[in-house]
Write a protein that binds this ligand. Structure first.
Ligand code: AMP
Ligand code: MG
Length: 486
């Protein structure tokens, strides 16, 4: 059998040696495939059957380095909960290389949980099965929801134990990303006074992600600001809480990256926090826009020596964030209630709905989904009204809303269709994710993981047989905290 073919072109490996440490993954005892993402493999020009075969699984476990790979751990720094750590780096990940897909794009293929690297500090370089499956489920759900994100190509178990608070099965996740360049990567060079490093990194990021900004670091900063603003607005529109928006988890390409203690909000409340390590609520649902801007300010600082116009130019670039963010957020919110054109009063209409949701603890996802059935008239109200206690406040709001809908060009059926394409029926609800992980970790039963994965791959299609996946947790099922599990 000819060896498995992956077409690598490793542009990051052509950057100077101080950008990374060349290190191979550490082989594991007994790799077993959990799942291969066949559609993604095909996009990357990789045969999914080969990837699921013995040689492919050896690659996914880090037991075999494929031809053309240039394995390395990337150097980066980062502000963690507001405090600068001048050296973090890939402590448990190995970039195999960049694959050139069928669409001609370069994408990083990275093994996460592949053993120690020079950046491991006191960590073991490994990942536990639970967090690996969480990243698989949530990153693929985000992709299906249309949110820019790193993807998951595969997960394997290692046949080895990892020790966290207890003994857990080990696993390796294969992550695919536009790149792994983070705000923290820029900070790594800036923290060392290595302006040439910052420049080379910026040139690389521009060539790879923002070719239209070639020749202008200001245009590059503008583009990253816009991408982050749009990304975080998208998160808010589906109730996503990243949980650890440290600058090392902030991708320059504008993808959602690092699914640690991430979670989806059930009842609408901007103060919602799930992460056990976020005690001050720094990364609460409603703070995410502000934090993205804070992170971008850290990026701008690293670029100061390169920017024509220095600090004033940086400030101007950052000042565009609220505009981009508010526009993306309110455009999205309006579409969530079926409004395609903007009219006076629309933003307060939608804000009043959010206020009512907050007062009544209405489920964020269900409210918008069910609202689609109420477009034509009060006859379709019952399902959504039931989310608002006695429903009184909702009825008055719905009357205003329907009178506003009559000024849309489209009729009820078209409006409902727009709403259904904006408002998912299925999100990775925390209790479902936890249950799928527990079954796999405690009983080696991957059935619930597979089933949930299938549901989440078609988030906008109703599926009466899988109704329970669309519902919020019952009281006894509620998940109050999520953990990094690293
Ligand atoms: P994260 O919380 O995954 O964003 O990781 C933050 C930093 O801790 C990164 O530098 C990681 O590489 C490092 N890290 C997390 N878990 C481990 C581990 N098990 N072994 C070594 N380094 C780790
Ligand atoms: Mg990270």
């Amino acid at each position: 059998m000819p060896p498995m073919h992956i077409s690598f072109d490793n542009s990051y490996a052509r950057l100077p040696e101080r950008f990374y440490a060349r290190v191979e993954p550490t082989p594991v005892a007994a790799p077993r495939l959990v799942r291969v993402n066949a559609a993604l493999a095909r996009t990357l020009g990789i045969d999914p059957d080969e990837l699921a075969g013995p040689e492919g699984v050896a690659v996914l476990a880090g037991n075999h380095v494929p031809r053309g790979a240039a394995p390395m751990a990337l150097a980066y720094a980062g502000h963690q909960f507001g405090h600068l750590v001048p050296q973090l780096g890939d402590g448990r990940a190995c970039l195999l290389g960049e694959v050139v897909g069928r669409d001609g794009l370069h994408r990083d293929i990275q093994l996460k949980g592949s053993g120690p690297t020079p950046f491991s500090r006191r960590g073991d370089g490994r990942a536990a099965l639970g967090p690996v499956l969480r990243e698989y489920l949530v990153s693929e759900a985000m992709a299906a929801l249309g949110v820019p994100t790193t993807r998951t190509l595969a997960a394997v178990t290692t046949g080895e134990a990892v020790w966290r608070e207890t003994r857990l099965p080990g696993a390796v996740l294969t992550r695919v990303a536009a790149s792994h360049i983070r705000v923290g990567t820029f900070q790594y060079f800036a923290a060392r006074g290595d302006i040439e490093g910052v420049r080379l990194l910026a040139d690389h990021a521009i060539a790879r992600h923002y070719p239209a900004a070639t020749g202008s670091y200001r245009a590059f900063l503008d583009a990253v600001v816009a991408a982050q603003a749009e990304l975080v607005a998208r998160w808010l529109l589906i109730g996503f809480i990243h949980g650890v928006m440290n600058t090392d988890n902030c991708s320059i390409a504008g993808e959602t990256i690092d699914y640690g203690p991430c979670a989806f909000m059930d009842a609408y409340d901007p103060a919602t926090v799930f992460s056990s390590i976020d005690q001050a609520g720094r990364y609460a649902y409603g703070n995410q826009g502000r934090i993205a801007l804070w992170n971008l300010a850290r990026l701008a600082e690293t670029l100061l020596p390169l920017l024509d116009g220095g600090e004033a130019a940086a400030k101007e670039a950052l000042a565009a964030f609220p505009r981009h963010f508010q526009k993306a957020y309110f455009d999205g919110l309006r579409r969530k209630i079926g409004l395609s054109v903007e009219r006076d009063g629309d933003d307060s209409l939608v804000q009043d709905l959010l206020k009512l949701m907050m007062e009544h603890g209405a489920d964020f996802t269900q409210t918008f989904r069910r609202l689609g059935d109420a477009v034509a008239g009060p006859a379709g109200d019952a399902a959504v009204r039931s989310l608002f206690g006695d429903g009184g406040g909702f009825e008055a709001w719905a009357e205003r809303w329907r009178s506003r809908l009559t000024r849309e060009g489209d009729g009820p059926a078209a409006i409902r269709a727009i709403m259904r394409a904006m408002n998912p029926a299925f999100i990775p609800r925390n209790h479902l994710v936890e249950a799928a992980l527990a079954a796999a970790v405690e009983r080696e039963d991957f059935g619930p993981f597979e089933e949930l994965h299938a549901v989440l791959s078609r988030p906008f299609e109703d599926d009466p047989a899988r109704d329970r996946y669309s519902l919020p947790a019952r009281e006894e099922e509620r998940v109050l905290q999520t953990f990094c599990g690293t």
